[in-house]
Write a protein that binds this ligand. Sequence first.
Ligand code: BEZ
Length: 332
Amino acid sequence: MPASINRTIISIVIFFVLTTGTASSRDFRLGLVTPPTHTWTGAAVAFGKDVEQSTAGKHRIVVFPSRQLGNEAQMLQLLQTGALDFAILTVSEISNRAPAFSAFYTPYLVKDVSAAAVVLRSEAAREMLKMLPGEVGVFGLGYCLAGMRQLVSRDAVSTIADIRGKKIRITPFRAIKDFYVFAGMAPIPMPLASVYDAFANGQIDALDMDLEATWKLKYYDHAHTVLISNHMMFPALALLSGKTWLRLSEKERNLFQRLMRKHLDLVIDSYLEKEKQWEADLLRAGVNITRIDSGFFGDTVSLWETKWATQVPEITKLKRVAAGYRHRGHQE
Ligand code: BEZ
């Protein structure tokens, strides 16, 4: 083929790629810390199937569960460099870098998963996503959650005095650390993958955890009591690398966002349904279940708010959303 025709063909291809902005066919990588049995991992796989179907196999999502690509801090770095395309991460790591997101961890902001769902689906929460590209270099596609936080204890607990001074495992972020310091406990930051052994061998006395993980990851094997405290929601974000975002066409961005939001919403719905079931499962397994409210923690909640409310104005905005939900008849 003469060189001039070759050059023309190459120019046409370059023109087509530049003007349409369409990313070529490829596999996108999605990372999570949760194991294959977890609701988030199920959602990631279902999202991948939807993407493959909607693009007639042009794009595929390869899911890496169970910290295969590193812990959440490491995955966030991979997203920033573009070595990872998508991740579903707890809001915790993001809140360490963009403090506004700590507002979701306001103790007793909401009473249960239904109220948490309203906050996570609110305009105020969506507005916060706009901070992510500038502050963290990633795009927030939307929110889901892992239910509410509970307190899982190796020994029997009746009052705060029973756990004061005890070592409690926390997910590594500042808002939860403060909560337990104010409650008089010794918070130990620890990734999910290390929790079972640490609880089994007595390195920690209690867990800050949700009901799904307590049940599915068998933390109840070593628990005498689960205090159903619902002291915080445990939100997550689906994130897209800023670098990947730039390579996508408008159509692809919209598609990924729409499909991811669909699956995040299904995750929220499934917690609305399943939290009761996991509680019943734990009871059947012989775990003592005790319901407590904010009074159990004494002045912990007000100490937390005194420290955080002035630093994070988003707390007031999310409280307004939660209060609106209560006033519409969803009483605590
Ligand atoms: C945790 O760190 O406790 C956690 C992380 C992801 C999903 C559920 C729980």
